[in-house]
Design a protein around this ligand. Structure first.
Ligand code: BV8
Length: 253
C-alpha cells in the first residue's frame, strides 16, 4: 500500500510565494527523485526499510560488482521492481508536471533520477533520465554474435551460453557514468534556470544532486519539496515541507 500521505506543513504563504516564483520564471528546472513515485506506491530507496532494503544497501544492489557477486539476487530485485512499477499508476505530482509542461513546453526542463518511467506515463514529453530505464536491458559486455536475445527473463539473470556475457538492467549503477548528453543538457539547464524545484530526493547522489549547486551558483531560486530534511537543504532558498502529490498541483497552476 502507498505510504501514509504526510500532511504538508508548508505554510499557505510559502506555497503562494513559490507559486509566484514559478509563474514569473522564464526557465524552470525540476529535478525529481524516488519520493515523487512514493504516493504511487513505489518504495523509495530509503523508506523501504523492509524486505530487500533491510539487508542490503542500494550501493550493493545497484552496482556491477553487486550483480556479478550475486547475479540471481540482484536480477530478482530488478524483476520485483519491474513487476511492481508495471502495476502502479502515476500520481497527482507526475500529472501536475506533465500538464504544466504541456502548457509551457519551452519553459520547463524536467530531469529525473527515477528509472520507473512514471513521468512519461503521466504524459511528460521530454524527460531527461539521468539514471536510465528500469524496463530495458542491455548486455554487460559488448555483445558478440553468439549473444542473442532469446531469453525468458524470469529464469534468472540471462547469460549468453556461448560466452557467459550477462544481460543487465539498462540503468546507471553506482560507479558508472551517467549518459553524457542527458547530463550535459541538465547541467546547461541548471546554469540557465531562474527557479529550480528539487522534489522527492534525499539529495545525496552525485552528479545528479550537483544540479542544485549549479543552479544556486547561477543565481536561481532553489526550492526543496520533501517531507524530510535532505542533503541539499543548505543550498535551498526555500524548503516546502510536504509531499509531491500534495504540493506540486498547488505550485504548478
Ligand atoms: C558517477 C539507478 C562517475 C539504479 C541510481 C565513492 C565511491 C564510488 C562512487 C562515489 C563515491 N562517492 C560518491 C560517489 C559517486 C556516487 C554517489 O554519489 N554515491 C553516493 C551514495 C555518495 N555516484 C555514482 O556512482 C554515479 N556515477 O559518479 O560516475 C564515477 C565513475 C567511477 C567511479 C566514481 C565515480 C551514479 C549514481 C547513479 C546510481 N543509480 N539509480 C536503480 O534505480 O536501481 S541511484 C538512486 O538512488 C536514485 O536514482 C537516486 O539518484 C539515488 C537516491 O535516491 P532518491 O531518488 O533520492 O530517493 P531516496 O530513497 O534516497 O530518497 C527519497 C526521498 O523522497 C527522501 O528524501 C524522502 O524524504 C522523500 N519522500 C518520501 N516520500 C515523499 C518524498 N518526497 C516527496 N513526496 C513524498 N510523498
Amino acid at each position: 500500500a502507498a505510504p501514509s500521505h504526510n500532511p504538508s506543513h508548508a505554510s499557505a504563504f510559502d506555497i503562494a510565494l513559490v507559486a509566484q516564483w514559478i509563474a514569473d520564471a522564464r526557465h524552470l528546472l525540476v529535478l525529481t527523485g524516488a519520493g515523487v513515485s512514493a504516493e504511487s506506491g513505489v518504495p523509495t530507496f530509503r523508506d523501504a526499510q523492509t524486505g530487500f532494503w533491510a539487508q542490503f544497501s542500494p550501493e550493493d544492489m545497484a552496482s556491477e560488482a553487486g550483480y556479478l557477486a550475486h547475479p540471481q539476487r540482484v536480477w530478482d530485485w530488478y524483476q520485483y521492481r519491474r513487476r511492481l512499477v508495471s502495476e502502479v499508476a502515476p500520481n497527482a505530482g507526475h500529472f501536475a508536471l506533465a500538464q504544466w509542461q504541456a502548457q509551457h513546453p519551452e519553459r520547463l526542463t524536467l530531469v529525473t533520477q527515477n528509472v520507473d518511467g512514471l513521468h512519461q506515463r503521466a504524459g511528460s514529453s521530454t524527460v531527461l533520465c539521468l539514471h536510465g530505464n528500469l524496463m530495458e536491458n542491455r548486455w554487460l559486455l559488448p555483445p558478440k554474435p553468439c549473444c542473442d536475445m532469446r531469453f525468458t527473463e524470469d529464469d534468472g539473470p540471462p547469460q549468453c551460453p556461448g560466452c557467459g556475457n550477462y544481460l543487465r538492467p539498462a540503468v546507471v549503477w553506482f560507479g558508472e557514468n551517467l549518459p553524457h548528453a542527458e547530463l550535459q543538457q541538465a547541467q546547461d539547464a541548471a546554469k540557465g534556470c531562474d527557479v529550480m524545484l528539487v522534489v522527492g530526493t534525499s539529495g545525496n547522489v552525485y552528479p545528479a544532486a550537483g544540479l542544485a549547486h549549479i543552479a544556486a551558483r547561477g543565481g536561481a531560486r532553489v526550492v526543496i519539496i520533501n517531507p524530510q530534511a535532505t542533503g541539499l537543504d543548505q543550498v535551498a532558498d526555500m524548503r516546502l515541507q510536504g509531499t509531491s502529490a500534495d504540493l506540486l498541483p498547488q505550485l504548478l497552476k
